[in-house]
Design a protein around this ligand. Structure first.
Ligand SMILES: C[S@@+](CC[C@H](N)C(=O)[O-])C[C@H]1O[C@@H](n2cnc3c(N)ncnc32)[C@H](O)[C@@H]1O
Length: 409
């Protein structure tokens, strides 16, 4: 029976036995995976020729693990085989593992091979080659090859190269990241949101949580057309972007809406607001992070399925809409989230830690809130979660469409 101990013994006692073991198990993917996953550290001069045989296995996971183990062997004699795998294997993971293996050897003699891989059609392979080459950053030939990729058609490749070679150090904001202006704290302003934001200085808020008007579905604001509405929101979120601190979040609550039909001769029209506003947000410099679904009890929403329940005719199916989106965006930056967290002192980080019982999925089941005066009020539980998960104690939280002011409670 195959055990970890048995594999360990084989490793100590010599190599020839592995070849035999692998041959006897060549059609047993489970056993091959077990052997490869339990090889552990390989001694210097370990004869890994049998691993090369496994790179031809019909099981792609076996090939991938074989390459992973070859990567532990630093002997140059494996380079040609790895290069061949990159050129011929049909599985991206196997190919990527082979590029990674060459990269991990950290051998400048492999530079030609890695530079050639930069022309690969698969951006994941290109990124892996970039990673291997960046170990030798400041080698003129390597830097020149990598810089050319700033015009690569893949956005992730471009972003990596931009960060490594072209990102300029941002002039730091005059206000420390943790701080915000006292005059903006605990303030409600009854005015046009764009006019108010124009008075606010760059990078002055930590988090925005908002629910904009639902186009013309509710009475509180009327727009001449959907285009006017999207232009208006674009203007608002450009301002929000300007006043948001580096790397901080915008949580946008919207949902598709329906404008009722003009008469029985016409159909009603549905507008997918979250999907239509999304490209504008990306274009203006928000990075998409997550989509959270706010789910309400079916009894709390308008009944649309009634007609279908009677006639059951295909095409005329209209489900009850029990969800809204909380789209999570981050102000684009080359800095990682860790940078944002490190801007806070130890005490603030400790005091801001999210307590037990937090939501673990992107489906948040929360009852809606009904208000006699305002028709679209946030449930306080929704605000609580967003503020807890996306801000630190003492942060400035902003809602450009405050409505009844739930976010401020
Ligand atoms: C969907 S509601 C938000 C409700 C809010 N989340 C709450 O809990 O009460 C959108 C709000 O934006 C307000 N609004 C619309 N256009 C605005 C503008 N240009 N400036 C400021 N507020 C505006 C509307 O009056 C409405 O109260």
């Amino acid at each position: 029976m195959l055990t970890k101990e048995y594999i360990k013994d084989l490793k100590i006692n010599g190599n020839g036995t592995f070849k035999e073991l692998v041959r006897n198990n060549s059609s047993n993917a489970g056993n091959l995976v077990f052997i490869l996953e339990n090889l552990g550290h390989l001694p210097v001069n370990f004869d890994g020729k049998w691993l090369l045989d496994l790179t031809q296995s019909k099981f792609s996971h076996v090939r991938e693990l074989a390459v992973k183990n070859i990567a532990k062997l630093t002997q140059a004699e494996y380079i040609e085989a790895l290069n061949k795998i990159i050129q011929t294997d049909t599985d991206t993971n196997v190919r990527r593992e082979a590029v990674s293996a060459i990269g991990r050897m950290r051998n400048i003699n492999n530079k030609k091979i890695l530079v050639k891989i930069l022309k690969d059609k698969d951006p994941k392979i290109v990124c892996q080659a970039i990673r291997g080459l960046l170990v030798f950053k400041n080698d003129e030939e390597i830097d020149n090859s990598l810089k050319l990729l700033i015009n690569h058609e893949n956005e992730i490749v471009r972003t990596v190269i931009y960060k490594e070679y072209f990102a300029k150090d941002k002039i730091p904001s005059s206000q420390p990241h943790q701080d915000s202006c006292d005059y903006l704290k605990n303030v409600v302003v009854n005015a046009d949101t764009i006019e108010v934001m124009k008075q606010m200085r760059d990078e002055s808020i930590h988090l925005t949580f908002t629910s904009p008007p639902y186009y013309n579905a509710r009475d509180y604001s009327i727009y001449p057309s959907y285009k006017h509405y999207l232009d208006f929101l674009t203007g608002v979120f450009k301002q929000v972007h300007r006043i948001t601190k580096e790397g901080r979040f915008l949580i946008l609550n919207t949902s598709p809406i329906i404008i009722p039909r003009v008469s029985r001769q016409h159909s009603s029209k549905r507008y997918p607001i979250p999907f239509d506003i999304h490209p504008f947000l990306i274009e203006m410099g928000w990075e998409f992070i997550d989509d959270i679904v706010w789910m309400k009890p079916e009894a709390s929403v308008k009944n649309r399925i009634g007609g279908f329940q009677q006639h059951r005719k295909p095409l005329a199916y209209k489900p009850n809409n029990i969800t809204e989106y909380l789209m999570v965006y981050r102000k684009s930056t080359e800095k990682l989230l860790d940078w944002n967290i490190k801007q806070y002192d130890w005490k603030t980080v400790q005091e801001s830690k999210v307590t037990d019982g937090f939501e673990t999925t992107n489906v948040w089941k929360i009852d809606p809130c009904f208000d006699k005066i305002h028709s679209a009020v946030f449930p306080t539980e929704l605000c609580k979660r967003v503020i807890q998960y996306y801000s630190f104690k003492g942060d400035l939280v902003f809602d450009p469409f405050g409505g009844s002011g739930t976010v401020y409670l």
